[in-house]
Design a binder for this molecule. Sequence first.
Ligand code: ADP
Ligand code: MG
Length: 255
Amino acid sequence: MPIPSESELHLANLTKSFGAVRAIDGIDLAVPRGSFVALVGASGSGKSTLLKTINRLVAPDDGAILFRGTDVRSGPAPALRRRIGYVFQSIGLFPHMSVAENIGIGPRLAGQPIGTGRIAELLELVELEGGHAARMPHELSGGQRQRVGVARALASDPQLLLMDEPFGALDPVTRDALGRRVRELHGRLGLTTLMVTHDMTEALLLAERVLVMARGRIVADESPRALLAGAGGEEAQALVAVPRDQADAIAELEK
Ligand code: ADP
Ligand code: MG
């Protein structure tokens, strides 16, 4: 398959099995620089495994991943991970470290610790007051913790942002606010973003392109507008039906 030169990320025949389970089943995907892509699908469809192969937390059995034209396996993993921000599915802050230490852990492990000025800047990006730097994770709300998770992912000034169900555990109001903030940061920082979510509403409202995964494959690859117009096939349409029916039911109540 020819490699589009403008692709930030290019996956070719990516395959990964766990025993008899084909978690990733021959995926080909090109992600242009600057795009915001949502990856939607049922639990167990391979979304997390796909993200983890990109920053080498999981080694594929077959296929290749090019990041800015270079195979992700070609250099040391820590150098790769400095260029890729990762927001984990479970919030995953270190409980015995302060907010500032959590945010700075990546650069510190890389031997390039960041200063308090940069910590303050990162806190501001995710709309947390500077005073939060000294707090411990247990002193924060779920939404604040996840903001710290996003700040940590941005700490080494990445080119690519991978987020695995980043807002899944949050209340709807916090979720909506943080989703919008991340979308804005994506544009402002010139990121390429891949966001896993099981929520089609979130995917339709935040992303410019929605991939639907099922059984380790991408079964639909459409814009939100095209999905809402009926494109993408049966599995995609079953997912789109949920928010659409809810919106219709609410509109009916308002009559
Ligand atoms: P999703 O994130 O879409 O819920 P995952 O990528 O976590 O899906 O998992 C895809 C499939 O691979 C599932 O069947 C899951 O049980 C399996 N799987 C994922 N990681 C492992 C692992 N480390 N060991 C064994 N099986 C795994
Ligand atoms: Mg997952």
